[in-house]
Design a protein around this ligand. Structure first.
Ligand SMILES: [Zn+2]
Ligand SMILES: [Zn+2]
Length: 274
């Protein structure tokens, strides 16, 4: 009994993994995929057992109207309420990953895309791939400097050479910051290769903001780092539809092509060996 309790605590607290009994239909549709340069092939993962648990999480979010399930309602953080998803800020993607650990225990991982209302870490949800404390340390000073440049730019007459020079300066400072932020992303794979974002990204163009922050990379990365075998990934959208209407409340979506697919080939490399 004590052992079970201790295990339960470790799983649910440190691993953010909620113990579950596997149930439902194994859905063989692809939920995430990407080209792996190392193997010169596309690796993918399926919805598997994920749909049922995605549905349960969706209903729980609708019912409880907040994401901090680990605290009683009286202690709920207003910033973690779902109300914000229905307003100007619009909705957000959520995801679940059913997995099995080395002992054969099944569990559920949960993720929200990016930050939730400016917050990276919420108990019960997998953490981001980026080291948040290093991100804060790196960006706060630079962001203050960028703001100061902005104020100086505003004070200068439009079209003046000084103004133009400062605008260029601001651009180069923020580009340098973006590069530094990308350096903080270490992208794991199921084959045990943890590599910098810039080394794993495939496809055309630069690294877009938020690459690695969607639910699929968060969930799969957390599973890979904790030797959990993925048995089903499902992502869904909650809240007011996005501007292009490509994401609607309650809709289920596979991992995005713009950000996720360009790194998921690396992340999913070695899934069958785990
Ligand atoms: Zn994505
Ligand atoms: Zn591969």
């Amino acid at each position: 009994m004590y052992k079970d309790l201790a295990e339960h605590f470790v799983r649910s607290f440190f691993m953010h993994m909620e113990p579950i009994q596997i149930a439902g239909v194994f859905d063989t549709r692809t939920s995430a995929k990407g080209y792996c340069a190392r193997c010169d092939t596309v690796h993918s993962t399926v919805v598997g057992y994920g749909a049922k648990y995605a549905g349960e999480l969706f209903r729980r979010l609708e019912k409880e109207k907040r994401i901090d399930f680990s605290v009683p309602e009286s202690d709920a953080d207003p910033r973690l309420a779902t109300e914000t998803l229905y307003g100007e800020a619009r909705g957000q993607m959520f995801g679940v990953l059913v997995c099995r650990d080395a002992d054969g225990q099944y569990g559920l991982l949960k993720a929200f895309s990016g930050q939730y209302n400016g917050i990276w870490n919420v108990e019960g949800w997998v953490p981001p791939l980026i080291d948040v404390s290093r991100l804060a340390a790196m960006s706060s000073g630079v962001e203050r400097f960028i703001k100061r440049l902005g104020a100086m730019i505003e004070a200068l007459p439009a079209g003046s050479p000084e103004r133009k020079a400062l605008i260029d300066k601001r651009k180069s400072v923020s580009q340098a910051l973006m590069k530094d932020i990308h350096m903080l992303y270490s992208i794991p794979s199921f084959g045990g290769r943890d590599l910098p974002l810039s080394e794993v990204v495939v496809g055309e163009g630069g690294i877009p903001t938020g690459m690695g922050d969607c639910c699929a990379p968060k969930l799969l990365g957390h599973a890979a780092r904790h030797s959990l075998k993925p048995l089903g990934l499902a992502e869904f959208y909650v809240g007011r539809e996005n501007r292009s209407k490509s994401r609607m409340h309650g809709g289920m979506y596979s991992a995005c092509s713009e950000k996720c697919q360009r790194i998921l080939g690396h992340m999913l490399c070695g899934t069958s060996e785990t």
